[in-house]
Design a protein around this ligand. Sequence first.
Ligand code: FE2
Ligand code: FE2
Length: 309
Amino acid sequence: MDLEREFDRVVAADHRVEPRDWMPDGYRSTLIRQIAQHAHSEIIGMQPEGNWISRAPSLRRKAILLAKVQDEAGHGLYLYAAAETLGADRAELTEKLISGRQKYSSIFNYPTLTFADVGVIGWLVDGAAICNQVPLCRTSYGPYARAMIRVCKEESFHQRQGYELLMTMMGGTKQQRDLVQDAVNRWWWPSLMMFGPPDAESSNTEQSMHWRIKRHTNDELRQRFVDMSVPQAVKLGVTFPDPKLVWNDERGHYDFGEIDWAEFWRVVKGDGPCNAQRVAHRRQAHEDGAWVREAAAAYAAKKNSEAVA
Ligand SMILES: [Fe+2]
Ligand SMILES: [Fe+2]
């Protein structure tokens, strides 16, 4: 009882819960699930864009894209490490990902058809990720909050490089401008889905807000993203594929059309355009890396026995 009261006090005072502190089992398991899903998303998210590294149109674009994709690997690492502070086993988390028992963000199950997709992913997908992650810098679990501070700094570079790429393409030929608009048309709705189901159907939101794991509801963050993106689209010279997108003076926000939730659930449940391909690729990469894990373990064992001797 005392421990629980202390935990509640720490959370209510906006202090951080640290790995050695007592915490409710539900808090721990909710965090492990959320952080693991987040880590998996970073790692799977390397694939759609990694696909374009060898086909980048210039040395400069290649260097930028390489740096961005490597950042995502780093984000995955910080997050798996944060999950380990809660007692999760990293090998087990990977196993859950490649066996399909744990999810990752459904956005990465869509294909990247042209190089304009690299720009639109940076602008919209990393942009939506920033909206989700900035409030997580103040989440109640210390290691998660601290990882997010670093991640968010890198995410803003990701968004800038995407927007800058699109600006360049929009200043190019008609064909280039068409590629950008086509990519925007394909990524806009899936980006809105990144904030998760509507509040009325989001089962975990209330408890997570109480524990201050979550700071804003899905719909609040989605609205913030829409409001932020519309002026950026105007400046860029593209439109979003939504005839109902219009400024509402009374609300002080943009209204927007109904999201296709049937599509969202279909992709979440594994039936998106690239789900099978993404997981198969990750499984193959894990198997290909087995020798590295074995070598690292053998090296550690050797160093250990030397130290003992
Ligand atoms: Fe990331
Ligand atoms: Fe990113």
